[in-house]
Design a protein around this ligand. Sequence first.
Ligand SMILES: *[C@@H]1O[C@H](CO)[C@@H](O)[C@H](O)[C@H]1NC(C)=O
Ligand SMILES: *[C@@H]1O[C@H](CO)[C@@H](O)[C@H](O)[C@H]1NC(C)=O
Ligand SMILES: *[C@@H]1O[C@H](CO)[C@@H](O)[C@H](O)[C@H]1NC(C)=O
Ligand SMILES: *[C@@H]1O[C@H](CO)[C@@H](O)[C@H](O)[C@H]1NC(C)=O
Ligand SMILES: *[C@@H]1O[C@H](CO)[C@@H](O)[C@H](O)[C@H]1NC(C)=O
Length: 417
Amino acid sequence: MLVASILISQFYLVCAAPAPAALGGPGLQLVQEPKSFANSTESVPDGVVMMHLECVEKVFADEVVQSWNLDGTSSDEQLKVIADRMNNRLTYYTVNVSIGSPPQYFPVQVDTGSSDLWVPSNTLMFDGFDTGASSTFRYVNSPFEIQYVKDAAKGFWGIDTVSLQDKFTVTDQQFGIATDAPGCEIGIFGIGLAGSESTDEVYANFPQSLVDQGLINKNVYSMYLNDLHSKQATILFGGTDKAHHGELATLPLVSKKAFQVNMSNISVNDKKLLREPMPVLLDSGTSLVYLPEKQVKAIAKSYGAKFNPSLSMYLIDEHDLARKKPNGLDFTFGDVTINVPHEELFWPLSWFTLQSSPYYVMTVMPSNYSMDYVILGDSFLRSAYVTYDLDKHEIQIGQNIITTNSEIVPLYPDNPQ
Ligand SMILES: *[C@@H]1O[C@H](CO)[C@@H](O)[C@H](O)[C@H]1NC(C)=O
Ligand SMILES: *[C@@H]1O[C@H](CO)[C@@H](O)[C@H](O)[C@H]1NC(C)=O
Ligand SMILES: *[C@@H]1O[C@H](CO)[C@@H](O)[C@H](O)[C@H]1NC(C)=O
Ligand SMILES: *[C@@H]1O[C@H](CO)[C@@H](O)[C@H](O)[C@H]1NC(C)=O
Ligand SMILES: *[C@@H]1O[C@H](CO)[C@@H](O)[C@H](O)[C@H]1NC(C)=O
C-alpha cells in the first residue's frame, strides 16, 4: 500500500550520481535532472545556473576517511546501541549496508520518510545486488514497486541477511531489489514507521527486525547530523546520545504513518510567523525546508532576499547577507526552540554552479514544490537532535549540540528517557 509519506519522500529522493573525477577541488555539484520540473535554463543570467534540488553530492577531493570510534560502546549494554556512521553527502545521508552471504556492500540513502530497504539489482547496475551470489537469498513471491511522482522503482522482493558494519546483523530481512529505477544509482534505506511499507502485507522492516532479533531493546533511533560542513553524522538505533542535545520536547505524531508533528511557531528576528500550530514532516530523505508561501515570503523579506523568477528561488547578494548579520530562524516545538543558523538558510550559489558567484540561494522553499506538504528536511534537521520512537509514535526534539563528546545510552520500552 502506498502512503503519502512514501510519495513525498520518493518525490525528493536524491539519486546519487558519481562525482566526476575531473572536478578537482572540494565543491558541491548539483546534478541536474533534466526531466524534472520546469526548464528555464535559457533565461538564467550569466553566473547563475538553473538548479533543481534533487541530485546533490558533495565532492571531497583528497578526502581523508578517518576511523570513527564510538567511545565507550564496548560494554554489553552499549553494544545494544547500534551506532553507524553515515556518510554525509551534504544534502542527503547514506549508510553502508551489506546483504547476503558472503556480504555484498551497498551505500543506501537513509530515509525516515519511507519504510522499505531496497537496492539496485545487478541487472540494473554493474555493482547491484547479485541474488545468485548469495547462498542465503530467498525470493518473495510478489513484485516490488515504489511509486514516484513521475516514475516508479520496480523489481522484486527478497529475503536475506542484512548487516551494518559487518557487526550488527539481522537474518531473514525482507528488502526490495530494483530492476528498474529511473534516475537512481543507489538504493534507499527506508527506516520509517512499521506498517508503512509499500507492500500489501506488513513485514518487519529493518528497525523492527533489530528489535525482534534482540539487537536493540526498543524500536527507536536518534539521528545526529552534525553540521553542514561535517562529513560524519550518526544514527543510533535503540539509543540516544545525551551529549548531543539540550532540553527535549516530546511530541506525539499527528499521523500514524509518518513522522509528522505540530510545530507551534516559526520566528525570524523575534517576529512570529505562525498564528496556529502547523503539522510538519521530519524527513531525512528531503534535503531542504518546504514551508507555505506566506511564511517563505516573510522570511525572505526579513532577510532582504529577492525572488528570482527564472530560478523560482530567493537570492541574496553576499554584501547584503554580510550586512544583515542574520540570526537564523527559530522553529518552536512545545517548549523547545530550534535555531537554524543562516549558514543553513543561504547556500552559496557557487556550490551548485562550481563557478564563483556573489549570490546566495535561500534554502527555505515554498511548499508548492513539495505537493503542499510542509517538510523539514536535512537543512533543518542538522540543527536538531531527533529521537524517533516508532513504538510510541512520538518524537523527541532538541537543539543539536555539535561536539565530539558523546554519552550514548540505550533506550528501553519503559524508560521515560
Ligand atoms: C527543456 O528544454 C529542452 C531544450 O530546449 C526541450 O527540448 C525540452 O522540451 C524542454 N523541457 C520542458 C519540460 O520544457
Ligand atoms: C562505505 O563503504 C565504502 C567502500 O568501502 C567506503 O569508502 C565508505 O567510507 C563507507 N561509508 C561509510 C559511511 O561507512
Ligand atoms: C495538532 O494541532 C492541531 C491544531 O491545533 C490539534 O487539533 C491537534 O490535536 C494537534 N495534534 C497533535 C498530535 O498534537
Ligand atoms: C513565537 O515566537 C515569538 C517571537 O520569538 C515569541 O514571542 C512567541 O512567544 C512564540 N510563540 C510561541 C507559541 O512559541
Ligand atoms: C511555486 O510558486 C512560485 C511563486 O508563485 C512560482 O514561481 C513557481 O513556479 C511555483 N512552482 C511550482 C513547482 O509550482
